[in-house]
Write a protein of this length. Structure first.
Length: 576
């Protein structure tokens, strides 16, 4: 199978999995030894360090010199990958190993085991093991290749020193320094030695778990009076040593350790005798927690806060925490194996639960669920054209005894107002937006919400236009300052005549006309009030739109009449 085809398959697999943004990963080779004799067998591990990524697939071609090494097997036992798009394929003729594997669960770790290769040395020389055509895909639903670094290793076979044609890529976790042999005449001591101070560069903190496999090189300083050092690596926290090493060194490389808790013990001897032992703890866990399944009380309901359950175990370091991601947002961190979700909006959602052990390895599961919406409310009436400074009135129907969230956005979609109205036992609701709105066009929508936090989908947007300020509204026409000025001029002309020669006469009759004007205005207002009483039954109409509209218009007309009476009476008094 060619490289492009394998990448396509990996991407196809990843589409069915969901997680969050990934960053980087490293594929590296980790040998159990570096120098071997002809005919000797040894193993080299293929591992992945996922860094901050969660991955679900990996592929590569490992290349080796077929004249020096023979690849006997590629063991999948203990692999973090549990299905194989392409089974490991060995070709000693070409000196290659091809593989493409995946996992149904997103995983992460510092030294995830992929394959263990078993080689046999058959020729003298310097063998470089290289990796090419590699890919590591994130469990992000897109099959993103997050591989950033490739690190091979080198093997020396035979006693003849053969220099490589180019510098090999070092193992990613090789110690920076090697223990040095101590050759000198020791000085005489007056007291027995103190316990050595131990230093382990690959694992510097005894109190924590590590998820990376590397060579456990332990270092110590050798005082001038020391003649012997005894050391051992075992599973016992306290061990007293009396058998010295054959030579005195500044440390010892114990090689690559298997998973578990290990203790390094070191003790010095001088001419007085043996001193106290030093003990150093190394805790390794490179295996992900066991796979698990997320369970939910109802995968499709109108309950906005479903309860989820999840639990797994970890054989070595134990579970440290669970991280919860909802629709790619998070994480919510918890040690609990259950969680009641915060109210979720209606629609389809995806939840990811990631279990992390104390060493930082992880495994995750994902689950799709749906929150069913409440019935969408209706907006039966809304004041769609109002003047600056006036209130927006909106009313409608919803589910009974609930809340209706009213939202107003401006012409560029920015929310400028949000407030809740309560529906009564019949589902009716209304809201007056008293907050002043600037001149322009707005959209108003409503969403139902019950006491659990369950929501409906929002209504369609209803348009509201804020116009320049209106001084007087007669229901069928709005009057601003300019219109009022024109009317005043016309009234003045009709009442007093036109021309300077009528001015004296107008002054004489102004008082009498003012009395008549006041009487006529009073009659007009009384007549309008009587007409309002005649159409008031419309407010009790069974048509919700008509009833709401009539209620609002009557209120507005009553307010307009009151203002007209006050305004025109003042004008009449002025004319007396």
């Amino acid at each position: 199978m060619n490289f492009r085809k394998k990448i396509f398959i990996l991407s196809f697999v990843a589409v069915f999995l969901f997680a969050y943004r990934a960053s980087a990963a490293t594929i590296f080779l980790l040998p159990e030894g570096r120098s071997f004799g002809i005919g000797q067998e040894f193993s080299v591990d293929i591992k992945v360090n996922t860094e901050d990524s969660s991955i679900n697939a990996a592929q590569a071609i490992v290349q080796f010199p077929q004249n020096i090494l023979e690849l006997l097997s590629a063991d999948k036992a203990g692999s973090a990958l549990n299905f194989w798009v392409e089974e490991p394929k060995i070709s000693n003729e070409e000196g290659t190993l091809n593989f493409t594997g995946g996992t149904a669960k997103g995983i992460s770790g510092g030294s995830l085991q992929i394959l263990k290769m078993k080689f046999k040395a058959k020729g003298v020389g310097f063998a470089e093991l290289a990796i090419r055509d590699a890919a590591v895909t994130a469990s992000d639903g897109k099959g993103t290749n997050v591989l950033s670094t490739i690190k091979g290793t080198t093997i020396t076979v035979g006693t003849t020193t053969v220099l490589p044609t180019k510098s090999p890529t070092p193992s990613p976790l090789s110690p920076i320094e090697e223990p040095k042999k101590v050759i000198r005449e020791p000085v005489r001591a007056k007291n027995s030695p103190k316990a050595p101070e131990l230093r382990v560069p690959s694992y510097p903190d005894q109190s924590r778990w590590y998820n990376r496999a590397g060579e456990a090189a332990v270092f110590w300083n050798v005082p001038s009076d020391i003649i012997d050092a005894a050391t051992i690596l075992n599973k016992s926290p306290l061990t007293q040593l009396k058998k010295p090493e054959s030579e005195l060194f500044t440390g010892k490389n114990f090689g690559i350790l298997k998973e578990g808790v290990w203790y390094v013990h070191v003790r010095f001897r001088n001419n007085i005798g043996w001193g106290d032992s030093a003990h150093y703890k190394i805790s390794l866990d490179t295996t992900t927690p066991a796979p698990f399944k997320i369970k939910i009380d109802n995968a499709a309901s109108d309950n906005p806060s479903p309860e989820i359950r999840y639990a797994t175990i970890d054989s070595f370091s134990g579970i440290a925490e669970y991280q919860i991601f909802i629709d790619g947002k998070g994480p919510l961190k918890t040690a609990s194996t259950t969680m009641v979700l915060q109210p979720q909006p209606p629609g389809k959602h995806t939840i990811v639960v990631r279990a992390l052990d104390m060493a930082g390895n992880s495994v995750e599961d994902n689950l799709a669920f749906e929150i069913l919406p409440l019935a969408t409310p209706t907006i039966d009436f809304i004041t769609q054209n109002i003047s600056l400074g006036e209130s927006v009135f909106v009313s409608g129907a919803s589910i009974p005894n609930a809340f209706v969230d009213i939202k107003i956005v401006n012409s560029i979609g920015r929310e400028i107002f949000k407030k809740a109205a309560a529906s009564d036992a019949n589902g009716k609701w209304e809201l007056i937006v008293k907050e002043p709105l600037d001149q322009g066009k707005y959209m108003v929508s409503a969403t139902s919400r019950d006491e659990r936090g369950a929501q409906s989908f929002p209504t369609e947007g209803y348009s509201v236009r804020i116009k320049p300020k209106v001084i007087i509204s007669l229901g069928f026409v709005d009057l601003g300052w300019f219109e009022i000025f024109l009317i005043a001029v016309l009234l003045a002309a009709s009442i007093g005549g036109v021309g300077a020669w009528q001015f004296a006469r107008r002054r004489q009759i102004r008082g009498a006309y003012g009395v008549i004007l006041a009487r006529d205005i009073e009659k007009l207002c009384t007549m309008l009030e009587d007409q309002i009483k005649e159409v008031e039954p419309l407010k009790e109409s069974h048509d919700p739109r008509l009833s709401a509209q009539a209620s609002f218009m009557f209120t507005k007309i009553e307010d307009t009449i009151a203002r007209m009476k006050k305004y025109l009476k003042q004008e009449a008094e002025r004319l007396k």
